[in-house]
Write a protein that binds this ligand. Structure first.
Ligand code: PEP
Ligand code: MN
Length: 339
């Protein structure tokens, strides 16, 4: 349930309605819009006397929310969520472009890639230090050493860093180096991890599980939001289908659908979504045309030598060409790639 306050409601009115809700054993979550403040009621709303709440000063009406995702849904928070990461805004007119290698493989190559993607116009540097690999014999990432290299690349280029965190106990360590915490597809329903990043003060990018529905993705976002972290981005990275030409099938429907259902920014990962570097540019353009708020793209200076995901990584030159080609598409849908 949500309580929509009148535009004239005072801070004192909001405080008394919140106190009444808490008295019924529920928690409150405030969303301050341009006109109305909306009070989200979290918990067992059956105990709440709606008529009593509606008689309180400053209350316009109460609305029952049928959808299971309450904080992530547009009913509770109609306006787009926009937040900044190191001065770059996410979810507004400006698109956010994140780029870098699948995994941090070493100092030299990461610094080289970081400089290259910055030069092309990327806003955030990506790179995995802890890699969730299908085989335990594959390269698992450099761990903390990889995080140190990412921090050095940030110091050198000024680009904020996004990297994956795989376990709740890793959150403090990864957060001490990274600017954005990435929850990988395989961990979308790792509820202990969602709880832990929900309590952190870092923005989170939550990737859709490869076999997860859109509602499951939103319920996972709900875990993070309900633990107090409001800076959440969702990422469509392709789902498994019967098609075998591509690694995954990028669900382009998910982009406008998520934009309808939720106020959270939506990012698209065309690298994992296709698994083929040749498809990354056209699918990136499709994602922006469909309304995505940004992209996360794998870039490697020598894809043939990459320790993971070389086949879907763009060389820096092709990445630059892609960024240039995105601008007219962005403009056509009222967005911009660069300020
Ligand atoms: C990645 O971003 O490198 C990654 C492992 O992605 P996903 O979790 O989407 O497979
Ligand atoms: Mn990868």
């Amino acid at each position: 349930m949500i309580v929509i306050m009148k535009p004239s409601a005072t801070t004192a009115n909001i405080a008394s309605v919140s106190a009444r809700i808490e008295h019924f054993g529920c928690r409150v979550h405030l969303s301050e819009g341009e006109e109305h403040t909306i009070i989200g009621v979290i918990g067992d709303v059956r105990a709440i006397d709606r008529e009593q709440l509606e008689r309180m000063e400053g209350v316009e009406r109460t609305v029952r929310i049928q959808k299971p995702f309450k904080l992530a849904g547009r009913d509770f928070h109609p306006q787009d969520t926009v937040f900044t990461i190191n001065g770059k805004s996410v979810g507004g007119k400006q698109l956010i472009i994140m780029a870098g290698p699948c995994a941090v493989e070493g100092r030299e190559s990461l610094l080289e890639t970081a400089e290259a993607v910055k030069e092309s116009g990327a806003h955030v540097l990506r790179g995995g230090a802890f890699k969730p690999r299908t085989s335990p014999y594959s390269f698992q990432g450099l761990g903390e050493e990889g995080l140190r290299i990412l921090a050095e690349a940030r110091a050198q280029t000024g680009l904020p860093v996004i990297t994956e965190v795989m376990a709740p106990e890793q959150v403090p360590l990864v957060a001490s180096y990274a600017d954005i915490l990435q929850i990988g597809a395989r961990n979308m329903q790792n509820y202990a991890l969602l709880h832990a990043v929900g309590e952190s003060h870092h923005p989170v990018m939550l990737k859709r599980g490869m076999m997860s529905t859109i509602e499951e993705l939103l319920m996972s976002a709900e875990y993070i939001l309900s633990h107090g972290n409001e800076r959440v981005m969702l990422c469509e990275r392709g789902i498994r289908t019967f098609e075998t030409y591509t690694r995954n099938t990028l669900d382009i429907n998910a982009v406008p659908l998520l934009k309808q259902l939720t106020h959270l920014p939506v990012i698209v990962d065309p690298s994992h979504g296709t698994g083929k570097w040749e498809l990354v540019a056209p699918v990136s353009r499709a994602a922006i045309a469909a309304g995505a708020d940004g992209l996360i793209i794998e870039v490697h200076p020598r894809p043939d030598e990459a320790m993971s995901d070389g086949g879907q990584s763009l060389k820096p030159k092709r990445f630059t060409e892609l960024i240039v080609s995105l601008q007219p598409i962005a403009e056509a849908v009222g967005r911009t790639v660069c300020e």
